[in-house]
Design a protein around this ligand. Structure first.
Ligand SMILES: [Mg+2]
Length: 235
């Protein structure tokens, strides 16, 4: 892990910590499109990532429109997205949506189990989630046994605005009775998580594989290849 400009907190046990969900709590800086693509290829799919990702974005939009989406937990949502994806992807192969969902889900659970223990060790420090989600973030956190750890969970669909809008971060900070200057935001999407939080005066940690380049017009941020690296630092 490398640090740029922002110092490590001088009082490591103080201050609120806000986390993105997808790619942050369920994977080390790898976005869902990439992880779904890996599961799709493992199940026999042949499309390259750029082609697949266009379909994935459409499946994201379709997922958000499902009438039952707000009631879905994590497993059910992953299954629904895998089924939507296979309806959109036409690569000539007869693929099993269940197998794709199983692969994605198993990998997510492994990351969540590891992160759950590390996050629990930070309590009673105020922890929150800020996510561009589909109205069922709370249900997903409950299913993954993460809900008890987070005093605040801001779901963009519920709040009515998405990252990078500053309002969703302010809502989370207010929920934790925290000020931006005393809080961290941790996430894998530089433009949605890091840049807007830094603009509010929060310390930030960009979760990204070491080889991923910083945007040319990036802001000062810590970066970590694994969430566990960051959590060990602030523990
Ligand atoms: Mg993310």
């Amino acid at each position: 892990m490398t640090s740029r400009q922002h110092p490590a907190p001088t009082e490591p046990s103080d201050g609120a910590l806000l986390f993105d969900f997808g790619g942050t709590l369920d994977a080390d800086g790898v976005r869902w499109a990439v992880r779904f693509h890996e599961a799709y290829r493992a199940a026999g799919g042949s499309l390259p990532l750029p082609t697949f990702e266009a379909h994935f974005r459409r499946s994201d939009a379709a997922l958000a429109e499902l009438p039952r989406i707000r009631a879905m937990g994590f497993r059910q949502m992953v299954e629904a997205q895998a089924a939507l994806l296979l309806r959109l992807v036409d690569d000539g192969a007869a693929l099993d949506a269940g197998r794709i969902a199983d692969g994605f889900h198993a990998e997510s659970l492994a990351a969540v189990r590891r992160n759950r223990l590390l996050l629990a060790a930070l309590l009673p420090r105020p922890l929150g989630v800020v996510s561009n989600f589909t109205g069922n973030l709370e249900r997903c956190l409950e299913e993954l046994e993460l809900a008890p750890l987070f005093a605040v969970a801001c779901d963009s669909t519920v709040i009515g605005c998405c990252k990078p809008d500053a309002r969703i971060f302010r809502t989370a900070l207010e929920g934790l009775t925290a000020t931006a200057g005393d809080a961290w935001m941790v996430g894998d999407n530089f433009e949605a998580d890091v840049r807007p939080a830094a603009a509010l005066g929060m310390r930030t940690c960009w979760l990204a594989p070491a080889e991923r380049p910083m945007p040319a017009d990036g802001v000062a941020t810590m970066r970590a290849a694994r969430l566990s690296d960051f959590l060990a630092l602030v523990a």
